[in-house]
Write a protein of this length. Structure first.
Lengths: 408, 190
């Protein structure tokens, strides 16, 4: 069927073309197909009519060219309008985004602040126990710098410097224990810088408030004594090729100790003794001034205060240090009967003597438990000195037991 | 469609799709006459046909980003747009398409001998009126085949039918047209 229709259409088209071209007449082309003649003729006539009457369906003259110009102009206008609208939309979108961005920024800022304060505490806590070379150690030093930056009182700044010097010694101690000797020299330099800054501040405070300066000098002296003890212990731990930094720190301690003496005063009066002698209060953070320990006259053991077997501790310490056989060791404590003990609670670098232990001159020198500096805030896997026990807080033997809720 | 023209169309299209209005203007020149004739054959007003022709090309321009020549030449695409525009025009103008289906049986009864049909003298206006009476499909195929000189294949693409269907449609459209012309002639004479 399709083939017949196609064939017929071909014939029709052929005949139509021949007639339109004037090559044949309608009768002549139709006569060639007698079987389809009637239909062919009728359809060719209509087709001829339509083909010859194309003009009947044409536009007005000139329409095409004029309408083309109109069309192109209209398209160009539309394109320009679209582009302008798009640019405006972009601007609005950007403005909207900016506006939204401002709100978003505020929200993000608020979130960041919350996260910051939530994490900074954790980071700060993690940084406290860090030592040079640890990830959070820069945070620790940054916090220290920040503390100094907001401290405008020279006396308070000096107390901070003393604390930081103490931390450097504790760090050196831990570095030595962990065998990280490379960091010791730099830490020693940092310690020395803190000591020097302390002395400078002491000079300023002395001009402003001599009494306060005396207190600070005593505190500094105590610290220097403790640090000297610790440094001597460290010296015994580190290998020879790493001892330079330790010796440097010891020398700084000695020099500072000498420089501090001119600010300190003998404190045998009850006032001074009553004013929080370090013997009675082992805690360091109070910054209590007190009688100087080594090299100074000693105060009598206070009455009614928390008693600690100070003398015994110190004597043990002395024994230990003296038996290390170094001249520095001899020089720094020097006194056979110091009246002040290192406060074990916050003294990671303090001479590690358990106040609960009986003084035993025969105790072996470092590295014994007694001589080893306590490690306060370190992780549980580090060596914990017995001096860590809370002498001042609870009687011996009454250790803090973890509450049931804490253990899982 | 000659191959050269097809190639030219592709290049012009690419330029037009890139935003070149002048390139689209050339395409307009090439196809506007056929579109106009198509529209005019369906409308009873030349001015409407002119307006709608421009509208068709504006729509085509806007649809260019979506046009992809995948077996459907641009001309067929234009006719599709024109067909849709026509429908929208009818709806807008509330113009009922006087698409009266011619009962071919009646025409056979009253139709004169085709051989004696003198249709050469029919005026253009009459011709258009007769065209208006045909079914839309008949009108389309006749416009495409005999007014716009499109091949059966091109017509098939425009109408979305097979070539065989177009040929059958053409055959019926010519017959119906003939009948209507005879009727019109008969009324004149009569």
């Amino acid at each position: 069927m399709d083939r017949e229709v196609e064939h017929y259409d071909v014939i029709l088209q052929s005949c139509l073309e021949q007639v339109l071209k004037g090559q044949e007449t309608l009768d002549s082309v139709v006569s060639r197909y007698p079987l389809q003649a009637d239909t062919l003729r009728a359809e060719i006539q209509v087709a001829l009519l339509l083909s010859s009457r194309q003009a009947a369906f044409d536009p007005r003259p000139g329409y095409i060219s004029a309408s083309k110009r109109r069309l192109v102009a209209r398209i160009q206008r539309e394109t320009a309008r679209t582009e302008e609208a798009r640019r405006e939309k972009v601007w609005w979108r950007q403005a909207g985004l900016r506006l939204k961005g401002v709100t978003m920024q505020l929200v993000l800022a608020a979130l960041l602040i919350v996260v910051f304060f939530f994490t900074v505490d954790r980071v700060a806590a993690a940084s406290v126990s860090s030592i040079p070379g640890d990830t959070f150690y820069p945070v620790k030093t940054a916090i220290e710098q920040a503390q100094l930056a907001v401290t405008f009182d020279d006396a308070r700044a000096m107390e901070l410097r003393i604390e930081f010097a103490h931390r450097r010694i504790a760090e050196m101690d831990q570095l030595a224990l962990e065998g990280r000797y490379d960091e010791i020299l730099a830490t020693s330099s940092a310690f020395e810088a803190q000591i020097q800054a302390s002395l400078q501040l002491l000079a300023k405070v002395e001009k402003q408030n001599p009494a306060r300066a005396r207190e600070l000098a005593n505190s500094l002296q105590t610290t220097l004594d403790e640090q000297a003890n610790t440094l001597n212990v460290i010296l015994s731990i580190v290998p020879e090729n790493s001892q330079a930094g330790v010796r440097q720190a010891i020398k700084a301690t000695q020099a500072a100790s000498s420089a501090t003496k001119k600010y300190a005063k003998p404190t045998e009066s009850p006032e001074t003794s009553g004013s929080s002698s370090p013997t009675e209060n082992p805690t360091r953070e109070t910054g209590n001034s007190g009688n100087t320990g080594v090299g100074q006259q000693k105060t009598p053991e206070p009455q009614g205060k928390k008693a600690t077997p100070v003398d015994a501790q110190v004597s043990v310490t002395l024994t230990v240090t003296t038996t290390t056989g170094t001249t520095e060791t001899q020089a720094s404590p020097g006194e056979p009967k110091p009246s002040h003990t290192p406060k074990p609670k916050n003294t990671p670098g303090a001479a590690s003597v358990s106040p609960t232990e009986e003084p035993a001159p025969t105790n072996p020198p470092a590295p014994t438990k007694e001589s080893r500096p306590s490690k306060t805030p370190r992780a549980p896997d580090s060596i914990q000195a017995p001096t860590q026990s809370d002498v001042t807080d609870s009687p011996p033997g009454k250790e803090k037991t973890p509450s049931p809720g804490k253990n899982k | 469609m000659p191959e050269q023209q097809a190639t030219d169309d592709v290049q012009l299209l690419l330029k037009a799709q890139a935003g070149n209005a002048e390139a689209f203007g050339f395409l307009y020149e090439r196809y506007s006459l056929g579109i106009f004739r198509f529209l005019f054959a369906h409308l009873d007003d030349r001015l409407d046909a002119e307006d709608l022709t421009e509208e068709v090309f504006i729509r085509a321009w806007r649809s260019l980003p979506n046009y992809k020549e995948q077996g459907v030449p641009f001309s067929a695409f234009l006719y599709r747009v024109a067909h849709n525009a026509l429908i929208d025009h009818y709806r807008t103008r509330n113009h009922m398409n006087r698409d009266v289906e011619i009962d071919e049986g009646i025409l056979r009864d009253i139709g004169p001998d085709p051989g004696d049909l003198a249709i050469a003298g029919i005026e253009a206006k009459e011709l258009r009126r007769v065209m208006q009476q045909l079914r839309e499909e008949y009108r389309t195929v006749l416009v495409a085949r005999f007014l716009n000189d499109l091949s059966p294949e091109e017509t098939a693409q425009i109408m979305g039918k097979t070539v065989g269907a177009v040929r059958v449609l053409q055959h019926r459209a010519l017959a119906a047209m003939r009948k209507l012309l005879e009727l019109a002639r008969g009324r004149e004479n009569g």
